[in-house]
Design a protein around this ligand. Structure first.
Ligand SMILES: Cc1ncc(COP(=O)(O)O)c(C=O)c1O
Length: 428
């Protein structure tokens, strides 16, 4: 293997040959060269505890030996054919996925990314309903295709200079800062009525589907109040509008459930996913009921979707996730970490809230004196990185510290990282 070329040389290559939209974290970024379990290593040999898992991808940690073995064996046997040839892994992965999907969801289309999965889900919803438009929530993120960026509401990811009229955004449920000026427990679910209003006044006529992230990831780890989704489901059913749960980030144990929607007592009509399922290989999928799937009979193919390498990775991933009871582990460790981090809110006045589910936890920052909250968070992230801890940044205002560690992380490692965070706070 070639020796690492080093940070300045990579930055120089990036400047010359990559489109500048590809930004990176940190003022002094490390060159990451290796991953093992919950740790990443840079070119100087420095070790980092990875608490972001490549944005909710490495649920089993980096280079899990059984994943490496499954992928290596497949790479040495058959790498790629496309869906026009018959291979077994894609069918086996669909079978394994059907066994864990919620409700009546059983029929799947595989593709290569979460964005593509949402694009496919939108197409399916239009084919099934014969309608055109969509509804989505404020602070949501659904991808980087044209429709994906327009379903997305977070300003920094809405890049399309000519947004089409197909998507109407509705305020997300937010009991702390209610967009309707109400108080939790004494409102009339104005956030649900707003969805009905959007359906009735949509410029495209009644929309085909509503897209939601059950727990919003990039929007700041936002959890909806209990009772929101069942009410939403009623409204959507009344108007023949499908519910698409975007579980690209939340799926496969991240929130302490196999899928976040399981906490809501409802099932979506279409569920989209990706990230963790591929164990680091690129994957996306949308799954639906056999009844809805039956409307999609015109040819649909994906060059890389469900290719043998990704499919065996997905099968191995699901087997290990269930065998090692990592979904339950995420629920238990998440409760522990939330309570540990919760103590920080009373000790540091710039910590506004700790929230989340399972091992998907956000620490929201408030401004500190003259320093904006996002700038405080950037300082904290840089100092944590220097001490050997990698965490993430989310929120429409980029002021939420994101914890999304591999589900194999130990309580001791979480405690150690929480101590490091507290110690960084003391230096501010
Ligand atoms: C909720 C959600 N949906 C969709 C996407 C897009 O997935 P991808 O980057 O694989 O296209 C992401 C990516 O972060 C996501 O978090």
């Amino acid at each position: 293997m070639q020796p690492p070329i080093g940070v300045p040389a990579i930055l120089d290559l990036k400047r010359q040959y990559l489109i500048p939209c590809l930004y990176h974290f940190y003022r002094t970024p490390p060159q990451i060269v290796r991953g093992q379990g919950v740790y990443l290593y840079d070119a100087e040999g420095k070790r980092y505890l990875d608490l972001f898992a490549g944005v909710s991808v490495h649920a089993l940690g980096h280079c899990h030996p059984e994943m490496v073995a499954a992928i290596t064996e497949q790479v040495q046997t058959l790498q790629h054919t496309t869906t026009i040839y018959l291979t077994e892994p894609i069918a086996r992965l669909a079978e394994s996925l059907a066994a864990v999907l919620p409700g009546e969801l059983r029929s799947t289309f595989f593709c290569a990314s979460g964005s593509e999965a949402n694009e496919g889900a939108a197409l399916l919803a239009m084919l099934y309903t014969g309608r055109k438009g969509f509804v989505a929530l404020t602070d949501g993120l659904h991808g980087r295709t044209r429709l994906g960026t327009n379903l997305t509401h977070i300003p920094m990811w809405r890049t399309d200079p000519h947004p089409p009229q197909d998507v109407v955004h509705v305020p997300r449920p937010n009991c702390r800062d209610c967009p309707f000026g109400k108080c939790a427990g004494s409102c009339s679910w104005e956030c649900v009525s707003a969805v009905e209003q959007a359906i009735l006044t949509h410029p495209c006529g009644k929309p085909a589907a509503m897209f939601v992230e059950i727990v919003q990831g990039n929007g700041g780890i936002n959890v909806a109040p209990a009772g929101y989704y069942p009410r939403l489901r009623e409204v959507l059913d009344r108007h023949g509008c499908l519910l698409v749960a975007d579980e690209v980030q939340t799926g496969f144990g991240r929130t302490g459930r196999m899928f976040a929607v399981e906490d809501e007592g409802i099932a979506p009509d279409i569920l989209t996913g990706g990230k963790a399922l591929g164990g680091g290989t690129p994957i996306g999928f949308f799954s639906t009921t056999p009844h809805i799937a039956a409307c999609y009979t015109r040819p649909g193919a994906s060059t890389f979707g469900g290719n043998p390498v990704t499919a065996v990775a997905g099968i191995a991933f699901l087997r290990i996730l269930q065998r090692d009871r990592l979904v339950e582990r995420s629920a238990g460790l998440g409760a522990f970490l939330r309570s540990r981090l919760g103590r920080l809110t009373s000790r540091f006045d710039f910590v506004r809230e700790v929230r989340g589910r399972g091992l998907m936890i956000g620490v929201e920052f408030a401004p500190r004196g003259e320093t904006p909250a996002a700038a405080v968070l950037d300082i904290v992230l840089e100092k944590l990185k220097d001490r050997g801890y990698l965490l993430g940044k989310t929120g429409a205002s980029r002021n939420v510290l994101a914890w999304m560690p591999p589900l194999i992380v130990s309580p001791e490692q979480l405690e150690e990282a929480a101590d490091a965070l507290e110690s960084v706070f003391q230096t501010l």
